[in-house]
Ligand binder design. Structure first.
Ligand SMILES: Cc1cc2nc3c(=O)[nH]c(=O)nc-3n(C[C@H](O)[C@H](O)[C@H](O)COP(=O)(O)OP(=O)(O)OC[C@H]3O[C@@H](n4cnc5c(N)ncnc54)[C@H](O)[C@@H]3O)c2cc1C
Length: 339
């Protein structure tokens, strides 16, 4: 079997979620006698290839996508180009293995579970006529099929999903596997992409989503802000605390609706799924829809004035009290220790 970590490359640094996927790929490959490939696709693909080899990929398939602002045609999304690239890499690598006379092993394609992957995973599955298992928290290969675990019903139930086929696609929830360096000597294969499609669409520009300045899926510390933070005074306290503990701010749907914070910070069933080292839940009741987005956090600390709030069932540490009294005291204590 070949286990292929599919890594979209469009940033200066390789994302930690990509390293986690490589780490999981090496674990699955070593327990099933398979080998690890990294498929690096995007405008910064070449730049990241050596890093992929440091994390266990012995075969690097690199497809650099050129961004050409002068090109004729209309701009196409990076996601669309990645779907094309995965399709092309599958066709070309399969043909190469055939000419080498190597047997055609099943291919397990692993993606991280970012917003970009959510856009492309289904389309990749349709193109390759392959089963897709999204948002996986663990997976293994038993010699014939992929067995994956994924949360369902807003994380109330963990389901075991089996998939068979010559190609299987999975996305892996970020924050669950510690990236583990396993340097190997790698062979690099470079591929040229079709830059324009039949509709004359071409990659002219990468457009960042509006207001999306923070990548919550990569943040080690997240402060989740709920309805208990009710005004500008509370918002200022949260901002001070975030600076002191170097945390990123996320919100419950209460603040999606209040307009106090950007919509892009929503965590939960309708927002982002995160698994930071620390999730500090401030004035969040713990609805199943919110918990669906943060229940896999490594440590959860909740502050809430209601001792019966469901968030305390999930929290590793709970503090019962009024945020408007606790936060100033906490900030004061942190400032004193940092002074
Ligand atoms: C289809 C659907 C999808 C949804 N998707 C999402 C989603 O993705 N994400 C999401 O978050 N929600 C989602 N929701 C909404 C969800 O059901 C809850 O309404 C929402 O999560 C509640 O947010 P909250 O915990 O901030 O507010 P509340 O439930 O109102 O809780 C506020 C908490 O703050 C505490 N509190 C108040 N004042 C203080 C104080 N001064 N000090 C300390 N504690 C205080 C209260 O005791 C209470 O526990 C969805 C709902 C539906 C129907």
């Amino acid at each position: 079997m070949r286990v292929c970590a599919v890594i979209p490359c469009f940033q200066e640094e390789l994302r930690s979620s990509a390293l986690e996927v490589l780490t999981k790929a090496t674990i699955v490959a070593s327990s099933s006698g398979g080998r690890v490939e990294a498929w690096l696709v995007g405008p910064t693909a070449e730049k990241h290839s050596s890093k992929a080899a440091q994390y266990g990929a012995a075969t690097l398939r690199v497809m650099e996508l050129e961004v050409d602002s002068e090109a004729k045609g209309v701009n196409v999304s990076l996601g669309r180009r990645i779907v094309d690239a995965v399709d092309e890499l599958m066709t070309q690598s399969t043909a190469e293995l055939a000419t080498e006379g190597a047997p055609q092993p099943p291919s397990l394609l692993l993606f991280d579970n970012t917003e970009l992957t959510k856009d492309v995973l289904g389309a990749c599955g349709a193109r390759l006529d392959a089963p897709v298992i999204a948002d996986v928290v663990d997976l293994s290969w038993d010699g014939h099929q992929c067995i994956a675990q994924r949360p369902t019903y807003a994380s109330k139930v963990m389901s075991k999903v089996h998939a068979e086929g010559s190609v299987i696609l999975c996305s892996i929830r970020a924050g669950l596997f510690e990236p583990d360096e396993k340097p190997v000597k790698a062979t690099t294969h470079r591929y040229k992409s079709r830059q324009t499609d039949l509709l004359g669409q071409v990659l002219k520009e990468l457009v960042a989503p509006e207001g999306d300045t923070v990548d919550l899926t990569e943040a080690p510390i997240i402060i989740g802000v709920g309805r208990g933070i009710a005004d500008e005074t509370g918002k200022d306290l949260v901002a001070k605390l975030a600076t002191l503990i170097r945390g990123e701010i996320a919100i419950s749907r209460a603040h999606f609706e209040s307009g106090m914070y950007s919509h892009t910070l929503l965590v939960g069933q309708s927002g982002k799924v995160v698994a930071p080292r620390l999730y500090l839940a401030l004035g969040i009741s713990g609805s199943i829809q919110h918990v669906a987005g943060m229940s896999e956090s490594h440590t959860i600390i909740a502050i809430n004035k209601d001792p019966e709030a469901p968030i305390f069932d999930l929290a590793d540490l709970g503090i019962v009290g009024d945020l408007y009294q606790i936060l100033p005291a906490l900030i004061h204590a942190l400032e004193s220790t940092q002074a």
